[in-house]
Ligand binder design. Structure first.
Ligand SMILES: CC(C)(COP(=O)(O)OP(=O)(O)OC[C@H]1O[C@@H](n2cnc3c(N)ncnc32)[C@H](O)[C@@H]1OP(=O)(O)O)[C@@H](O)C(=O)NCCC(=O)NCCS
Length: 157
């Protein structure tokens, strides 16, 4: 079945899918509607299986959100979505794709590296605004790990 991504600002479609990337639906909707961002829905046939929000910028572009709906995870759609974003990036004067994930998000850190990203930097205490401590895998969520997909080099994901 063909996998394709389509530009959309359909918040009814994308917010429920992207909710697992951010618990704040208002923030997700704002990102989708932000004129500086481009939002995508990923389709397999007629089914919307995922979504992403990109901030395209010269030099470094950023994946603001990416998610695959829970029933469709582990089928390669997340990797296919990244591959399509990389393809779009290659058509522009962009040097790298950046993405941030929490220090506790071990699965996402694995996912991005398997898609060809490499660790780049740490935004220490990024999550210090949390009112209550959040733990994943017994680790306190506190820092944002930035990963980079360098378009100039071969990424062996
Ligand atoms: C992260 C996410 C987009 C991955 O999508 P997916 O469709 O399940 O991923 P894929 O099936 O394409 O997997 C791609 C690779 O990552 C690995 N991977 C994906 N999820 C993984 C997990 N939970 N644990 C370990 N490895 C994982 C796969 O094994 C695969 O490796 P391979 O290609 O070398 O075989 C999906 O889990 C998701 O939507 N999560 C909730 C939202 C979220 O957290 N978004 C990221 C915010 S930073």
């Amino acid at each position: 079945m063909q996998f394709e991504i389509i530009v959309t600002r359909d918040t009814n479609l994308l917010v429920p899918i992207l909710h697992d990337a951010d618990e704040d639906d208002t923030r997700i909707a704002s990102a989708i509607n932000d004129a500086e961002n481009t939002a995508y829905a990923a389709y397999v046939g007629d089914e919307c299986v995922g979504g992403a929000v990109m901030r395209w910028q010269p030099d470094e572009s950023e994946i603001i959100y990416i998610a695959v709906r829970s029933v469709d995870r582990g089928k390669g759609y997340g990797k296919a979505l990244i591959a399509q974003l990389v393809e779009l990036a290659r058509q522009q004067p962009i040097q790298a794709l950046m993405v941030g994930t929490a220090n506790t998000s071990i699965e996402n850190i694995t996912f991005y590296q398997r898609c060809g990203f490499r660790m780049d930097s740490v935004r220490n205490d990024y999550f210090s605004y949390f009112q209550m401590p959040v733990y994943e895998h017994g680790i306190l969520m506190r820092d944002m790990l930035m990963l980079r997909y360098d378009l100039a080099n071969l990424n062996l994901g």
